[in-house]
Structure formats: C-alpha cells, structure tokens
Write a protein that binds this ligand. Sequence first.
Ligand code: FAD
Ligand code: MG
Length: 364
Amino acid sequence: MKTGAEKSLQIRNGCKEKRSMASGCLRKVAPAVFACFMGILFAAGCGARVPRYEALDTAMGTVIRQSIYTREEDITAEVEYIIETLEKSELSWRLPDTEAAKINAAAGRGEPVMVSDKLYEDLITLLEVSQKSGGAFDFTVGPVVQLWNIDEWAAGEQADAVIPDKEKIAQALQNTGYEKVVMENGGISLSEGMSLDLGAVGKGLACDRIAVFLEEKEVYGAVISVGGSILTYGKKPDNTPWQVGIINPEDTSSMIGTLSLKGQWCVSTSGDYERYVMVDGVRYHHILDPATGYPADSGIRSVTVLCQSGVLSDALSTACFVLGKEEGMELVKSYGAEALFVDKEGTISMTDGMRDIFRETGEY
Ligand code: FAD
Ligand code: MG
C-alpha cells in the first residue's frame, strides 16, 4: 500500500519519455545539465498533504526541472509552455520571427522596433545593468559571440574549435556597445551591424515569467530550475527552507555548499565550466569581456547571485564574472542583491547576506 507521501508524488504523463529525450538530444548542454541537476536538492519525503508534481523537459538549450506543490491541478505543462513561448516568440536569436530577431534584422534601418511592454521593461533593466557595470554586462556582445562561434561549442575539449584572429575580434567589437542602443516609447533600435544576444539572461527572464504564473495559480510552493537560474517560490509543505546547491567549479559532480531559502528568490550562476573549449591546453569559456572581446579573465571561476528578480540575478551574475570580486561585490550591493564568488584558487567570498544562508558542504 502506498504511503501518503508516495501518493502525493505525481509525475506528469510523458515525463519518462521526456527524460530519455533530455539525455539523448542535449549533447551540447550536457555538462550544464548535470550541473543543474546537482545544483538542486529537491524536497523529498516531507510528509505533506499538498501534492507534488514533477517534470523534466528541455528548452533554451538546457534542462528545465520542476517540482511544484499545489492543491490545484498539475500545471507543469503550462510552465513549460511559458518557457517555450518566451524562447520562440521573444528571445531566440536563432529563430527568424522572435522579437529579438526582428530587432537584429532592423539594425541600421533607423526605424525602432516596437516590442511587448514586458520585454521593453526587461530591456530597460538590462540597459541599466550595462551602464552600472560599466559595460561588463553588455547585451550587444552578439557579433563577438558569433565570431567565437560559442553557440556551436560543446563543453569540454573540441578539436575543431578555432580561436578568432585579433583583427577580426577588433572588427566585431566595432559593432558592439550598449551606449549605441536607442530605447524610447516602447521601441528599440540598433546601429548597423549590431545584434542583441540575450543568452546571458533568458533563463532568469523565464524565472520571472514563471513566478507571475505561479502567483496567478495560487501555487503553494515550487522550485524550478531553468539551466543556471533557479526559482524558489512559496513554501515547502513541511515549512523547511528550499535547499539550492552551488556547483563546485573544480568538480561539477559535487557542490561547494547549499543556500537555505524561504519564499520567492532567483538564484543565477555564471561559471567558466558551463560552456567552453580547450585549445592547446587553454580553456576558452563563453563569458566574454566586452572590453577585449576575449573570455573574461578576472580570476573568477563562478559567481552566484541571489535576488528577487530573475532578469537581475542572471544579468548580475554575468557582470560579476567579468568584473571580478571587488567590483562585482559593489555592483550587487548597489542592487540590494547577494553574491558568492569562487576564484581560481578555490577561495569562496560572499556578501554578508549570503553568509547568513550559505552552508558549506564538508567535501569542499
Ligand atoms: P551566462 O554566464 O549567463 O552568459 C553567457 C552567455 O551570454 C554567452 O553564451 C553569450 O551568449 C552571452 N554573453 C557572453 N558574455 C557576455 C557579456 N559580457 N554580457 C552579456 N552577455 C554575454 N543552446 C544550445 O545549445 N542550443 C539552443 O538552441 C539554444 N537556444 C537558446 C535559446 C534561448 C532563448 C536562450 C536564452 C539560450 C539558448 N541556448 C541554446 C543556450 C545559450 O546558447 C547559452 O549557452 C546560454 O544562454 C548561456 O547561459 P548561461 O547562463 O550558462 O551563461
Ligand atoms: Mg547570466
């Protein structure tokens, strides 16, 4: 006979098929995927009377893992739909009809592209992060990302990865610069040759959209990971905190520690282990310093940022990775956010607020 807890665990129809799809077709994102699996300790066996629904899917080139407590119906398919819609109608730079692709296609024409109110608001937030970080986060870094061919990188060693010429990097940098973005009256326009790259923030944006939906559905509690961004929401039925693990950059199958969180938070991590190539023994990772056009080299291996907005936690983690510890700390403090840095020596540094909720695992 099933116990109450067993009965309350309901797995969405088709979830098993999606699990095998996740492991079969996500060749390029595999390390990030394992990282995010390891990165979450899902609530288990809490003797709850609130049913828990779980789902495992893929979108935005990564794995989406959901654990939702609700007394209402299973909404995991709707959450997945929200993420897919965000990718396919707003953010993807790979698909021709998204809002981002239309902005890119109109670069240099002088006509602003009108976008949805929500996306406009998010882009204004991102422009502000670009300004406040002195361009360490820059959503116009697209031409340089394309030159490095980062979209095609598998994680790990890749024999055919080509490091671009210095001259080409310098040329591509001419077509970047958030200062050249014009945003007014709900429209946005870029100069000729520029392109938006929202890869650094898509997952955080997804967390924000999901949080609004969970509120509408009066969900009891949830923890949802969209690749490197994790949303905690509401309560666990046993009222213990959500536990979110932070990956050890040296060994992505282990964690350096966990964050204990109550209520609604977004946690985003940017690390040099997520997407990279090794060429002649040198690691080239996917977080570029927009000032040089080369992978950022601030002495940091990973940065985790915690705040209540997903778009901010995601943009700030990227910015902090580029800025390094001291300047990064100042930036997050200016937003009232918390951060944890792991540097190349393995030293962990964090803001005071993060210290209150972080517990090191014994193994680090
Ligand atoms: P972050 O550390 O948050 O950011 C790094 C990414 O942001 C880089 O990959 C680059 O795109 C960009 N970037 C680099 N430096 C900077 C900087 N200084 N400032 C601002 N941005 C910077 N992956 C696939 O393999 N296949 C797909 O089809 C696919 N589709 C996607 C669709 C969407 C809408 C999104 C958001 C992502 C998609 N991805 C896909 C994943 C994507 O290619 C990146 O690997 C991923 O977004 C990196 O996220 P992160 O959190 O690991 O990196
Ligand atoms: Mg980010």
